[in-house]
Design a binder for this molecule. Sequence first.
Ligand code: PGA
Length: 249
Amino acid sequence: MRDYYIAGNWKMHKTRAEAADLAKALVDGLKGAKHKYLVAPSFTALETVAPIVKGTNIRLGAQNCAQEEQGAHTGEVSVLQLKDLGVQTIILGHSERRHVYGESDALINKKVKLALKHGFEVILCIGETLDEREAGAAEAVCEAQTVLGLAGITAADMANIVIAYEPVWAIGTGKTASPEDAEAIHAFTRKVLTNLYGKDVAEKTIIQYGGSVKPENAAQLMAKPNIDGALVGGAALKAETFVPICKFD
Ligand code: PGA
């Protein structure tokens, strides 16, 4: 009942020309491919990539947004500006936003609500650090980030929420969580969603895995019953690696 959803987070990479080349290669490479796909270029390349992916099976995503609609927020980008560019989805609470830029669960929750209010789909990222995992706190951390990130979000809103479980220790490190370890947290997160919204909503919610997903490990990860796709960083920067992940089956 859940389709696979594979998203590429280009982070702070690519000039407009490079972004256009990659977007065109992905449009070609994913023509007729059967799952749901997304690319999230840097803000500076959104306007370039938008017309290339428009009308294809690739959605346009942004990597963040400001917590306010507009105003004196130097260096921030608002949902109104993202909507103007044709953005459909916003990634929120990425571990780099949490751990490098100090975003709190309360701030992320404010952004989630604002993005939903303006009709965006949200990919809400959760995940524990290595210290937290070693301390046996992986589930508690993921539960808290899910509950606090979704505070005030209704069951109806959940149709526009995707969760991405990204263990921080696996992001950009080449160390992927084993399919079994990832599945354990995905199943646990679905239980958390069941407690919050009931079984029906929890069963429909897509939970992506992120953290060193590559063509070599995508199929094993996505074979797990509660892993419904991937949020890909490094391997999303080249069509030669992203397309095979998207076509894992
Ligand atoms: P990675 O990044 O695939 O390079 O580990 C994943 C992410 O941060 O979304």
